[in-house]
Design a protein around this ligand. Structure first.
Ligand SMILES: N[C@@H](CCC(=O)N[C@@H](CS)C(=O)NCC(=O)O)C(=O)O
Length: 225
């Protein structure tokens, strides 16, 4: 094997649907670190034929050399370690873990709502009664970072900032007016998306056009993304 072949095989590959979904945090971390990567984007029509090729029948899958990872949150933590985006001390490390888990719950909450077959019937109630307390709890946690840096953990960017940003970017198309009531969250969101490499990615054709697949009542079209 030549040197260039070896280097090539270490270029990460991300397999997912052609949507942002659970692969978007992976893509943004790679973009922020100027890491070349390849992607296999599977269409929803193709999926039933290829699902059984994946060990757990689910994606995203992250490959890098001989490494093959399932489970998005394990992949995010791996990238956090790999790119030194996992805090600077034991306390910052565990705060990363806690923040990550909080956003697993928050993301599931909003994801389940977007996928709810009764979405249209429930949207006003969710916007008025569920989303504001959820964002209140989240903003209250952001300001418990003892270093008032605007980041979720410590004084610099960590992988959980990307997870948090991704969640807030799901709220944006549904209710920007609710999000705007949370000043610290908006400041945080703007700080992340104005980082030059992230801004360039968000503006590029590389970014999938929708949050999720078209089967979802919300987030499956460019207009709701
Ligand atoms: N346990 C993982 C699994 C990842 C996952 O749920 N992948 C979904 C897409 S986001 C999937 O592969 N769905 C297709 C299927 O299950 O057939 C998680 O909860 O994030």
């Amino acid at each position: 094997m030549t040197e260039s072949q070896t280097e090539e095989s270490l270029i990460p590959n991300v397999t997912y649907f052609n949507v942002r979904g659970r692969a978007e945090v992976i893509r943004i971390i790679l973009e922020e670190n100027s890491t070349a990567y390849t992607e296999r984007r599977i269409s929803i029509d193709e999926w039933p034929d290829v699902k059984s090729n994946f060990t757990f029948g689910q994606i995203p899958v992250y490959e890098e050399g001989g490494l093959l990872l399932n489970q998005p949150n394990a992949i995010y933590r791996y990238l956090g370690r790999k790119f030194d985006m996992y805090g600077d001390s034991m306390l910052e490390h565990v705060r990363c873990d806690m923040v990550q888990e909080i956003f697993v719950d928050a993301q599931n909450n909003i994801g389940d709502f977007y996928w709810n077959p009764e979405f249209e019937k429930l949207r006003d109630d969710y916007e008025k009664n569920e989303l504001p307390p959820l964002l209140t709890r989240i903003q209250d946690l952001l300001v418990t970072n003892p270093i008032d840096s605007g980041f979720w953990v410590g004084s610099r960017l960590s992988f959980v900032d990307i997870i948090a940003w991704h969640f807030l970017d799901h709220v944006r198309p549904f209710s920007m007016k609710t999000l705007q009531q949370f000043e610290k969250l908006c400041q945080f969101k703007e700080m992340i998306e104005s980082r030059p490499r992230i801004a360039a990615y968000l503006d590029s054709d590389r970014r999938p056009k929708t949050l999720t697949v078209s089967l979802s009542p919300f987030g499956g079209t460019p207009e709701t993304s």
